[in-house]
Ligand binder design. Sequence first.
Ligand code: DON
Length: 319
Amino acid sequence: MSKLIVNSADSSTVFQQELEELINNHRQDANLGKVATYIPELAKSNPKHLGVSIRLLSGEIVEAGDVRVPFTMQSISKVLTLALALMDHGEEYVFKRVGMEPTGDPFNSIVKLETIHPNKPLNPMINAGAIAVSSMIRGNKVEKKLERVLTFIRKLSKNSEISYNEKVAESESKTSDLNRALAYFMREHEVFEGDIEEILEFYFKHCAIEVHCLDLANIGAVFANNGQDVETGETLIPPKIARICKTFMVTCGMYNASGEFAIQAGFPAKSGVSGGILGTVPTKMGIGVLGPSLDDKGNSVAGVKLLESMSDRWNLSIF
Ligand code: DON
């Protein structure tokens, strides 16, 4: 296991070489999974892509593989909408409506909504919880809410060009009976009020926000730095809220594979069905991965193995 210190041109070259070696070792893992097809636009992704960007808190960027391929955030956006809802309303309001516990069920499961009382979703990282959180974001119209999320994500990622992919949002909207079922069930049980189609439109659009690996690495670096901008020290997310988000990433970020990921990789991460993964290693780095081929739980199959190898190689586990 080599130690990760990048403070000279020499060590930076070694780090770069090691990262390229790891990407090459894991490229063939894409064969173990499949791209998501339940959102038809995502079926067009190339299953063989694999890329990773790292933003160290010391400022350096190290990248390897297919890092120039854009992809939609999907469930990764759930971390950012949670942060914004907490900044809008505070903990008491948010956690009265959505819980703090892992489910052990698939991300789109409806089963616990009915069997657990009160019928609020168990956590903000599953679809039900994220739809409830979407209803909390301040803004009287979808456009206003979306603009606020985009402004927040642009600031964290230092990329003013980030927007959403209309085709992917529409594609999901046309095929999203299950998310509609979750939303209607929750409104019936007074988890939230409001226009369901508007809340879902906003949810589909924030899931379709398009990024590159480096954008995720930059966002991860802010979380790794307790919510502060890595360069200026400005507080972009209050430290307690950054901590809450990282804790949810550990306990629920990789859905019903979160326990295994915590053991094998050992740092906060959040996946999306586009094959993206946002990683954050407190006090060290932010990580952005793309690998569209997914395992049966909806996590990037090569991406997860790559992060586990990175953790082994550089001793990244926080536990
Ligand atoms: O609601 C959905 O199903 C998607 N927009 C997001 C799901 C997702 O990314 C789950 N991640 N692994």
